[in-house]
Design a protein around this ligand. Structure first.
Ligand code: HEM
Length: 422
């Protein structure tokens, strides 16, 4: 899938992200301008989920979910709150079934889940979403293949068109993907590229609401850049990828939010051969033996905590549990991820190595675009319920309210039209 996720491919998608971000901000403005004090409380994940679905639809597939305008789209409906519904805190029964299923060969595991999905509402929900998405994927692959043949591949910038085009051009039958594989890739992109960014925006806005001084400083930097764009004869909101990269404080806020609230909180791996994990410092085992590596036998499953690494005091200093964007602007390398572990900002948020997040450039640009658009137009502040916000792992890390976890993603913030734009 690499040809579709390079730096220039991601940069070319900025206008699509801007359109999705301004569609969200226009919707909010319409509602706020008729309210008394130009402010209201919005449940942020509900909105960001719709906006990022539109962004991934357009950027990933040149497909209009119409999520911001019309919630009746079949795929938009199937995906709405999907992670929260399917991955909600598992019951004891489902934990036992999962544990047993993980011991079965993959073919039997799939059959078991297929069977259970007839009676289990969560599995049924997941299965229904998969079927709708597969149907749309099938239609899109056919449409793209036809367009590429008709237009000889010119003009298409979305990820799926680039993928179908690269696949059609491949002369090697063995590396060429079947239609079924293409549909599966599409489904992965839908899943991986939607709720991750939606929830990340919610977490960023929550932290900016908790830290009004950081929010003000960020807005000031954005205003200065907007004035610069105008003085250069450009549109105030016509940011390019390079403009986003030229905003040091905005990028520090983004890195800090990515460190503090990684959307994917852990990864799972299994050793295919006997191996060992080297340790940065030797440790003493229960028997008193000093070891500098941990043996990992073939078949051993390993869970890697992204959240744990990103708040490791040895890497980020004693204040690793504090949200402090300034750490990224200080010259003390040892306290801002001195090791080069991940693909972005030396964080583990997008993982590292060959299986790292293929969409990280795409995600960073999308987050930069939304952050600038929303902070430029609105002021965010906490509501009493924010004290009860807790992090819930539902495939991705979702903000929920203590005691109301079953309601899914909740992050109620007061949103007000930015006073300096009135
Ligand atoms: C804030 C946003 C995002 C975060 C934090 C994130 C994080 C991650 C992480 C940690 C992995 C590795 C998972 C593992 O190995 O177990 C991953 C994989 C992946 N991500 Fe992302 N991601 C984000 C956005 C996106 C976007 C926007 C796309 C696509 C447009 C995307 C596509 C993928 C795909 C296809 C994989 C699987 C790669 C593979 O297995 O080789 N991600 N992501």
């Amino acid at each position: 899938m690499n040809p579709a996720f390079g730096a220039s491919e991601a940069k070319a998608l900025v206008p699509i992200f801007s359109a999705a971000a301004s569609s969200l901000s226009n919707k909010w403005k319409d509602m706020l301008l008729v309210s008394n004090d130009q402010s209201d409380v919005f449940n942020i994940p509900k909105w960001t989920s719709r906006a990022t679905l539109d962004a991934i639809g357009q950027a990933g597939f040149d497909y209009n979910f119409g999520a911001m305008e019309n919630q009746d789209n079949r795929l938009s409906k199937a995906y709405h709150n999907l992670f929260a519904d399917v991955f909600a805190a598992p019951s004891d029964r489902s934990m036992i079934i999962n544990a047993v299923a993980s011991l079965l060969p993959i073919k039997f595991m799939a059959r078991l889940f297929e069977y259970l999905s007839r009676s289990n509402p969560r599995l049924a929900r997941g299965r229904q979403a998969r079927e709708v998405a597969r149907e749309v994927a099938r239609e899109l692959v056919q449409e793209k293949s036809k367009e590429i043949l008709d237009r000889e591949g010119k003009g298409a910038r979305d990820v799926m068109s680039l993928l179908v085009k690269a696949n059609m051009a491949s002369q090697n039958e063995r590396t060429r993907m079947s239609d079924e594989e293409l549909y599966a890739q599409m489904l992965i992109i839908f899943i991986a590229g939607h709720e991750t960014t939606a929830n990340s925006i919610s977490w960023i806005l929550l932290e900016l609401s908790r830290h009004p001084e950081i929010q003000d400083k960020l807005r000031k930097e954005i205003r200065e850049k907007e004035s610069q764009l105008v003085s250069e004869g450009r549109s105030q909101s016509g940011f390019t990828a390079d403009d986003y990269d030229s905003l040091p404080y905005m990028n520090a806020v983004l890195k800090e939010a990515m460190r503090y609230h990684p959307a994917v909180i852990r990864m799972h791996r299994m050793a295919f051969v006997d191996d060992c994990l080297p340790l940065s410092e030797s440790i003493k085992t229960a028997s008193g033996k000093e070891i500098s590596e941990i043996p990992v036998p073939k078949g051993q499953k390993v869970m890697l905590s992204i959240g744990g690494y990103n708040r490791n005091k040895e890497v980020y200093g004693e204040d690793a549990h504090v949200f402090r964007p300034e750490r990224w602007l200080e010259n003390d390398d040892s306290k801002k991820g001195g090791t080069s572990i991940g693909v972005y900002a030396n964080l583990l948020t997008f993982s590292g190595g060959v299986r790292s997040c293929i969409g990280w450039r795409f995600a960073v640009l999308e987050l930069q675009t939304f952050l600038v658009e929303l902070i430029s137009n609105f002021e965010f502040s906490t509501t009493p319920k924010c004290d009860k916000i807790r992090r819930e792992t539902r495939g991705v890390m979702v903000p929920t309210i203590e005691g109301e976890v079953e309601k899914g993603g909740q992050c109620p913030l007061r949103v007000r039209i930015a006073r300096d734009t009135e």
